[in-house]
Design a binder for this molecule. Structure first.
Ligand code: ZN
Ligand code: ZN
Ligand code: FE
Length: 727
């Protein structure tokens, strides 16, 4: 661009950003800097341009100088970028790249997943083992070429290559491979495919046997599978989507979008839910595959077994995925940083992030204040951690459930990776208040080992703080934090919390009623236990359990055991978790009696709604929020109303509770900002209803958009609270 404008000088890629020195007349420099903004590549994000006048020695050309390291500053690492249209065209016309599935340029290709260190140069990526051929080298060095300094530059003669293997043969030629994979998919088989941030398992999304078999082999009973569609047109055949959703679906991030289903794929894909997790091709190989596949949509689920992290290592993939898949499609470039496909959902026409990984990580979150040196370790499930660097939070990719061994290893390894990559040294640790979280245990070890302070932060306060941080709020707010489980300051399980909070402290104003969880963790896996527990607490032994279809299904012996546990308070910890109320109602309606995956009961309850209504059930919002009247009315409605209507009315009730308690707090404190956070707010119907009611009552409402409202966002909240409370 400088050459085009006839400017001389140099540009330097520094660890603290990009520095450009140009020599020329002011008008030209002006239009040059305007062009930087105007013609910036799609994946770039220009936050600010500073222009200063400097003394120059007098340049006779424009040069790009070598990268420099400035120790205390960091530069941002780019997330991985979907293949661009120019590169896709090259697959058909560039002589060195015909049918070459690793095309990339400065506008596209892998980044975070292949990077070892900064500054971002080829020797610090897993491309270092591939020697550039003469042609690539000349493009790499040609300032006017689209591939100038594209670190993963490669072509047919010098770059990485795919290989295919099944139980009887191996293939190395890409077109043979594509034909074979197409044949495998067409015959209902599963293929393990190495992707950008890990392996995937792929099968025909229109073949019910194939999808069911994959489910069985993956030990994944019912959790919906993500689907990759061949193009936008096909997505529109199967899903409803609006402009905003279309824009995100086709963006360079290419996340999985939760969309409303229009036409069913194989029934086994999302097992009765009315949504589809849809994504579009983002690697050259995906496009090349769809040229030969006979199906317009494939299941593309993470290549792992149940709760383990997605596999990135080729040998492990062969060992663990071969029994699940019938063949493996791999390539010889190492994946360094594991990323899952990110999952997003549009609520109230705005993006909400459910799983933050590929395409989003490791882009930092800008904050209003300094968080330098804080390491926030997050929660336990859906873990992510955050590093504080200056006024930025660098949040890790989605890690997963730390209780799983392999996931915990991934957690430890990633903390190490991020620390090296961002030249981070912790001076203070933040963790959850829960004494048994593995992240808390690690925090305690680090406290001893490094002799640095440890700050423990209440879970729901952290949820609200995550929302404050990303919305730039630093004063008192009404915090509504609804989720499944979090450790309360009274040692009980919380999750239906209304608080007055700032970034330092919080005061619990009121909360959902404490209900015993008969069997502890088991009560979370088996929503019928929650239905029993609520009814037992609210209506006592006089309630005719036989009158409800639900309890007809459950073994009599189990029922009496549970009754005894509740009466004698054996293994029945109390919880105010909002998720448990959703579980109970879902079970009462017979929508989900035992959950086969996390949040299945609330998801099925939301999915049951297909009627519009503003009606809601009675409730009592006192010091605790009591749902006895609600459940009484739900059970009464079951005699003559559909599950759809009851579910809608129930969701409306929770939204009314949020409004009512917010009003109570406003009356007492005159605070007018309401922040909604916690996993329950991934519920589109509930969040939209709550926003509508609160806005109509002139509240200023804020929700999460940059980080997940679920526990994936906890580490950001911990980070900002720690920055305010540390000494
Ligand atoms: Zn490109
Ligand atoms: Zn080459
Ligand atoms: Fe939570």
């Amino acid at each position: 661009m400088a050459s085009k404008h006839g400017l001389q000088g140099y540009v330097e890629n520094r660890t603290d950003g990009v520095s450009v020195i140009v020599q020329g007349d002011l008008k030209t420099i002006d239009s040059f800097s305007n062009d930087i903004l105007r013609l910036a590549p799609p994946a770039s994000q220009i936050k600010s341009i500073e222009i200063n006048e400097v003394k120059i020695p007098g340049f006779d050309s424009f040069k790009i100088t070598g990268s420099k390291t400035y120790d205390n500053q960091i530069t941002e690492v780019s997330p991985d970028i979907a293949v661009c249209p120019e590169c896709l065209a090259d697959i058909e016309k560039d002589p060195g790249r015909i049918d070459y599935p690793f095309v990339n340029c400065t506008n596209c290709g892998p980044r975070f997943t292949i990077i070892e260190g900064l500054p971002y140069d080829r020797p610090k990526t897993t491309m270092k083992s591939f020697r550039m051929c003469a042609k690539c080298k000349s493009e790499y060095n040609d300032i006017l070429d689209r591939r100038f300094h594209a670190q993963p530059i490669a072509c047919n003669s010098c770059g990485p290559a795919y290989s295919y293997k099944d139980r009887t043969k191996s293939l190395g030629r890409i077109n043979e491979i594509l034909q074979e994979v197409s044949a495998q998919i067409a015959s209902g088989r599963t293929v393990a495919v190495k992707g950008m941030g890990g392996y995937h398992l792929m099968c025909d999304a229109l073949n019910n046997n194939a999808v069911s078999e994959l489910r069985n082999k993956k030990q994944r009973d019912a959790k919906p599978f993500a689907v990759m569609f061949m193009d936008l047109h096909t997505v529109k055949n199967y899903c409803f989507l609006d402009d905003a959703e279309e824009k995100e679906l086709t963006s360079w991030r290419r996340p999985i979008l939760i969309l409303k289903q229009k036409k069913q794929l194989s029934a086994a894909v999302s097992d009765g839910l009315n949504t589809i997790g849809a994504m579009l091709p983002y690697m050259p190989l995906h496009y090349m595959l769809f040229r030969v596949l006979k199906t317009p949509a494939v299941v593309l689920t993470s290549g792992n077994l149940s709760d383990e992290p997605v596999i990135i290592n080729d040998l492990i993939a062969e060992k663990k995925l071969m029994p699940v898949a019938d063949s493996i499609l791999s390539f010889n470039r190492q994946i360094l940083n594991r990323t899952d496909d990110s999952v997003v959902r549009f609520i109230d026409r705005k993006i909400t992030i459910i799983r933050r990984s590929r395409g989003f990580v490791p882009r930092p979150v800008d904050l209003k204040f300094n968080v330098e040196g804080i390491l926030a370790l997050g929660a336990e499930q859906k873990n992510s951690f955050s590093l504080g660097r200056g006024n930025q939070a660098v949040m890790s990719q989605y890690i997963g459930d730390l209780k799983n061994h392999a996931t915990y290893d991934f957690f430890i390894e990633s903390i190490d990776r991020f620390s090296k990559l961002f030249r981070f040294k912790p001076r203070c640790i933040a963790c959850d208040l829960h004494p048994d979280y593995l992240s808390t245990r690690l925090a305690e070890e680090l406290e001893k080992e490094l002799k640095i302070p440890l700050i423990r932060i209440q879970h729901h306060h952290a949820h609200i703080a995550s929302c404050m941080a990303e919305n730039g709020i630093d004063d008192e707010v009404i915090g509504v934090s609804l989720d499944g489980t979090g450790f309360g300051t009274d040692g009980k399980i919380w999750g239906g919390e209304f608080m007055i909070a700032d970034l330092k402290n919080f005061k619990r104003f009121s909360g959902f009623d404490y209900i015993p969880l008969p069997g502890g963790e088991k009560a979370i896996e088996e929503p019928w236990r929650m239905a029993f527990s609520y009814i037992h607490k609210y209506f006592g032994d006089s309630f005719d359990f036989n009158s409800m279809p639900l309890f007809g299904i459950i073994e009599k012996k189990k029922l009496s055991l549970i009754r005894e546990a509740l009466d004698k308070k054996i293994n029945s910890p109390e919880s105010s978790g909002a998720g448990r109320l959703f579980d109970a109602v879902s079970a009462i309606l017979g929508l989900c009696i035992t959950a086969r995956f996390d949040s299945e009961a609330p998801m099925r309850l939301e999915s049951a709604i297909n009627d519009e209504t503003n009606d809601f059930y009675p409730f009592r919002a006192e010091k605790t929020i009591l749902f006895s009247d609600t459940l009484k009315a739900v059970i009464e409605d079951m005699k003559h109303k559909s599950a759809s209507v009851i579910s809608a009315k129930f969701h409306n009730t929770v939204a009314q509770v949020i409004l009512e308690v917010s009003k109570q707090i406003r009356k007492e404190t005159s605070i007018n900002k309401v922040l909604l956070s916690g996993g329950v707010f991934q519920n589109k119907y509930l969040l939209e209803k709550s926003l509508y009611l609160l806005n109509r009552n002139r509240f200023k409402v804020f929700t999460n958009h940059i980080v997940p409202a679920n526990d994936g966002g906890i580490s950001l909240g911990q980070l900002v609270i720690a920055s305010k409370t540390r000494r």
